[in-house]
Write a protein that binds this ligand. Structure first.
Ligand SMILES: *[C@@H]1O[C@H](CO)[C@@H](O)[C@H](O)[C@H]1NC(C)=O
Ligand SMILES: *[C@@H]1O[C@H](CO)[C@@H](O)[C@H](O)[C@H]1NC(C)=O
Ligand SMILES: *[C@@H]1O[C@H](CO)[C@@H](O)[C@H](O)[C@H]1NC(C)=O
Length: 383
């Protein structure tokens, strides 16, 4: 008699609110575990002894019938247990009965009742931990990420975390382990930390490159440019040039192929570790300036323009009226793409302060030239 394989879960992505009183459910769960174990104990201890004594075929068949009834009971209680766990945690879609689900994941997913009951301002009664819905699709990776020793150093698994993020598991669950500390030696104090080996943004190489000072001049009326957001800003050079002009810029980046976040932070700038698929974690109308390059090209070959539209609406949302959207050397693979982007931008009713379509030699060094669009657009005041 081997182990009993148990697999439960209907795969629905429904979020179900736990309505049961958690302590009562805990008691039921404990009872359920005990009965399950008693059944198992009976099944595993009694059957071999009896089979030795009884050789009669009929008696054996009676026993195996009994055993299968017990197994079914175990199966049923396990199912009930998993269902109760699901209801308790409120995550219908994460299959908690899988054998490799990390305990820390279950612990993290638990809801926490507010100690004083319903909060009168927000109306909530419990705290629900935030976890990306696509985490469930990658539950093996997620369990790997959540398997660690509590209060001990985390595994060196940043690549697992980033793999999950790019697969849509964003936000990631929190963990109770210490991330690896890296001693930061030789950090330069501000403003030397900004580091300026490049001429980017302060010297033009083509007519599609605008100078930061020119763009800041365009935004000088109506409050000027004080805070900005650089989408997919790589190593933070744009933010560095802006910092020299007393403008605070947040740079969103992932550590794809290089430790961009560490590098940006070492420059004394703000790295935002976030994929482009994530809604920007800012309130409406907060930025004076948004800088975006080809990084915002989320429409792949045969992709839908709606994908870019969702992103554009989010950009528009966080940009204040009168604020500037700087599209910097956006690569247009073909005429169709350029027109689609142009139509999309025009739909938003931005004022075109600068608009340059030009050709640029392919940066990969193939010698081929590419069509690029650069623009500075001003968000209108909408009623
Ligand atoms: C079968 O089991 C019964 C009791 O359930 C017992 O009386 C009988 O002796 C057993 N038969 C054999 C052949 O062991
Ligand atoms: C438990 O139930 C599942 C699904 O109903 C089934 O596939 C599995 O074979 C059952 N296991 C046992 C030991 O009865
Ligand atoms: C930035 O701010 C400092 C301190 O207020 C000031 O001395 C400096 O001139 C400013 N630089 C620019 C480019 O505005």
């Amino acid at each position: 008699m081997g182990s009993v394989s148990l697999k439960i879960g209907d795969g629905t992505a429904r979020f179900k609110k736990a309505t049961l009183c958690s302590s009562a459910v805990n008691i039921v769960m404990i009872f359920s575990v005990i009965t399950t174990n008693l059944f198992a104990l009976y099944a595993f201890t009694s059957s071999p002894k009896h089979t030795q004594i009884l050789h009669n075929n009929k008696n054996i068949s009676i026993i195996s019938e009994q055993v299968s009834i017990i197994l079914r009971e175990i199966n049923l209680s396990q199912k009930k247990l998993a269902q109760m766990e699901k209801e308790l945690l409120g995550y219908e879609s994460i299959d908690l009965s899988r054998p490799n689900i990390a305990n820390e994941l279950k612990m993290f997913l638990q809801h926490h009742q507010l100690p004083l009951g319903k909060d009168s301002r927000t109306g909530i009664t419990e705290m629900v931990p935030s976890v990306g819905h696509l985490c469930e699709k990658n539950s093996d990776l997620l369990s790997q990420y959540m398997s660690y020793k509590i209060n001990a150093p985390c595994n060196d698994d940043w690549s697992v975390a980033q793999k999950l993020i790019v697969k849509g598991c964003e936000p990631l669950p929190r963990r109770r382990c210490f991330s690896k500390t890296v001693s930061k030696v030789g950090l330069n104090p501000f403003p030397n930390s900004l580091w300026n080996p490049f001429v980017r943004f302060v010297k033009v190489k083509s007519k599609n490159d605008f100078l930061v000072d020119d763009v800041l001049d365009l935004g000088s009326s109506n409050g000027g440019v004080r805070i900005g957001f650089d989408i997919g800003g790589g190593s933070g050079t744009f933010a560095a040039r802006m910092a020299e002009r007393n403008v605070t810029v947040i740079t969103s980046t992932l550590n794809v192929d290089a430790p961009f976040s560490e590098f940006i932070a070492a420059r004394g700038l703000f790295p935002l570790y976030l994929s482009l698929d994530h809604r920007f974690p800012f309130y409406d109308n907060v930025f004076d300036l948004i800088h975006a390059s080809s990084a915002i090209d989320v429409v792949g070959v045969g992709g839908k323009i709606e994908k870019l539209e969702f992103l554009m609406f989010d950009i528009d949302r966080v940009l204040r009226a009168g604020g500037l959207l700087w599209i910097d050397n956006f690569y247009c693979a073909n005429e169709e793409k350029k027109q689609a982007l142009t139509r999309l931008i025009e739909k938003f009713g931005y004022k075109k302060l600068k608009w340059v379509v030009g050709e640029k030699v392919d940066s990969s060094g193939s010698g081929k030239s590419e069509v690029v669009l650069s623009a500075v657009l001003q968000k209108p005041v909408r009623a």
